[in-house]
Design a binder for this molecule. Structure first.
Ligand code: SAM
Ligand code: SF4
Length: 332
C-alpha cells in the first residue's frame, strides 16, 4: 500500500495523531470548563470503538502516522480504552502510543494499559497542595492523581511526564514546589502556557503566566541550563535542573509558538479531523465512514483537510478568533 503524507502548503508533515476519545470529564479545571460541565456530545455522534480503530488504521497504514496519543476530555472515562489501545498496538510495534490524562482511576488501569501496549502517560497536575487542587479542579481528588502517577511508573509507562498550567493568583507561586516534588519522584515536569481554549472564553494575555515568568520563578530555587538535545518538533524547551539529570520543560505555546515545526493532526471524539488546535474548520470523517466510504476515500478526505492548515495559530493577530470548540472537546 502506498503512503500519502499528511502534508500542508508550508512543507510540514503530520505524523503525530491526537485522538480524542470523549469530550466528557470527571474534573472541572477552571481554566478548561465551567463548574456545571458542558453540553456533552450525544452518544450516537461519538465514534464507536470500531470507527476509532478504523480511522487510526487508515492514518497509520496509508498516511504515515507514527505516533498516536489518546486524549479528551478524560480518556480514562472511555470504557473501551484498553481495547482501543490493544487494537492500535496490533498495527505495529514501532508505533508510539501514549495518553494524556488527569490520572483519576489510573491506579486501577495502568497495568492493563501497559499490558495492552501503551508506552507512556502524560499526567496533568497543576499543584501538589490539596486545597489548591480542589480550587482548580473543583474536586477533592489529589490523592487519586498521586496514586495514578505511582501506578503508571510501577507499570513501566515511563518516563512519566507531568503537565502543569500556572494560573495567576492560584498556583503561580507553587512552580518550584511542584518541580521539587516531581524531581524527587522521577517525573518529568513541563509547564504549559495557558491558551485561549477555555469554554468560558475567560483567557486574557495579561492573566496568562508567561514562559518568561515561569523561568524567573524557577530561577529563584534552581539553576536551569538548556538541555543539549535539539527541540525539533517537540514543543517543550528542555532545561537541566541544577546540572541534571532531572529536567524541566516549558511549553511557550503563546509567547514562543512552535507552529513552524508542527507535526500534529487531531481527530475529535465525533470523528472530525482538525489540522490545528486553533483551526476554525473541521473535516467530517464520521459522515464519510457512516455513508459507507472506502478507506481510500476516507484517506483522500483526510489529506485534503491538511491542505488548509494555516501557518500559525495567530493568537497575536488582532483578528484572532477562538475556535468554537473548547480544548476539552477538541482533545488537548
Ligand atoms: N483530561 C486530560 C488531562 O487533563 O490531561 C486530557 C485533556 S486536557 C484538555 C489536556 C491538557 O490540556 C491538560 O494538560 C490541561 O491542563 C490542558 N489544558 C486545558 N485547558 C487549557 C488551556 N486553556 N490552556 C492550556 N492548557 C490547557
Ligand atoms: Fe478535564 Fe483535562 Fe479539562 Fe481538567 S484539563 S477539566 S482534567 S479535560
Amino acid at each position: 500500500m502506498t503512503t500519502t503524507p499528511l502534508a500542508d502548503r508550508y512543507g510540514r508533515v503530520a505524523t503525530d495523531l491526537r485522538v480524542s476519545l470523549t469530550d466528557r470529564c470527571n474534573l472541572r479545571c477552571n481554566y478548561c470548563m465551567p463548574a456545571e460541565g458542558l453540553d456533552w456530545l450525544p452518544d450516537d455522534s461519538v465514534l464507536t470503538d470500531d470507527e476509532v480503530v478504523r480511522l487510526i488504521t487508515i492514518g497509520v497504514e496509508r498516511l504515515g502516522i507514527r505516533e498516536v496519543r489518546f486524549t479528551g476530555g478524560e480518556p480514562l472515562v472511555r470504557r473501551g480504552l484498553t481495547g482501543i489501545v490493544r487494537r492500535t498496538r496490533a498495527l505495529g510495534d514501532g508505533l508510539e502510543l501514549s495518553i494524556t490524562t488527569n490520572a483519576l482511576g489510573l491506579a486501577r488501569t495502568a497495568a492493563a494499559l501497559a499490558e495492552a501496549g501503551l508506552d507512556r502517560v502524560n499526567v496533568s497536575l497543576d499543584t501538589v497542595r490539596r486545597d489548591t487542587f480542589e480550587t482548580i479542579t473543583r474536586r477533592d481528588r489529589l490523592h487519586d492523581v498521586v496514586a495514578g502517577l505511582e501506578a503508571a511508573q510501577a507499570a513501566g509507562l515511563g518516563p512519566v511526564k507531568v503537565n502543569a498550567v500556572l494560573l495567576r493568583g492560584t498556583n503561580d507561586d507553587q512552580a518550584g514546589e511542584l518541580l521539587a516534588w516531581c524531581l524527587e519522584r522521577g517525573y518529568e515536569l513541563r509547564f504549559i502556557e495557558q491558551m485561549p481554549l477555555d469554554a468560558q472564553h475567560g483567557w486574557s494575555r495579561t492573566g496568562m503566566v508567561t514562559a518568561e515568568e515561569i523561568f524567573d520563578r524557577l530561577a529563584r530555587d534552581f539553576t536551569l541550563t538548556p538541555a543539549s538535545e535539539p527541540r525539533g518538533s517537540a514543543p517543550a524547551e528542555l532545561f537541566l535542573v541544577d546540572g541534571g539529570p532531572g529536567t524541566v520543560g516549558v511549553i511557550a505555546s503563546v509567547t514562543r509558538p512552535f507552529c513552524g515545526d508542527c507535526d500534529r493532526v487531531r481527530l475529535t471524539a465525533d470523528g472530525q479531523v482538525r489540522n490545528c488546535l486553533f483551526a476554525r474548520e473541521e473535516s467530517d470523517l464520521r459522515a464519510a465512514l457512516r455513508a459507507g466510504a472506502g478507506d481510500e476515500e476516507v484517506a483522500g478526505r483526510w489529506v485534503a483537510a491538511m491542505a488548509g492548515k494555516r501557518a500559525g495559530h495567530g493568537i497575536d493577530d488582532p483578528a484572532f478568533l477562538q475556535p468554537d470548540r473548547p480544548m476539552s472537546a477538541i482533545g488537548g
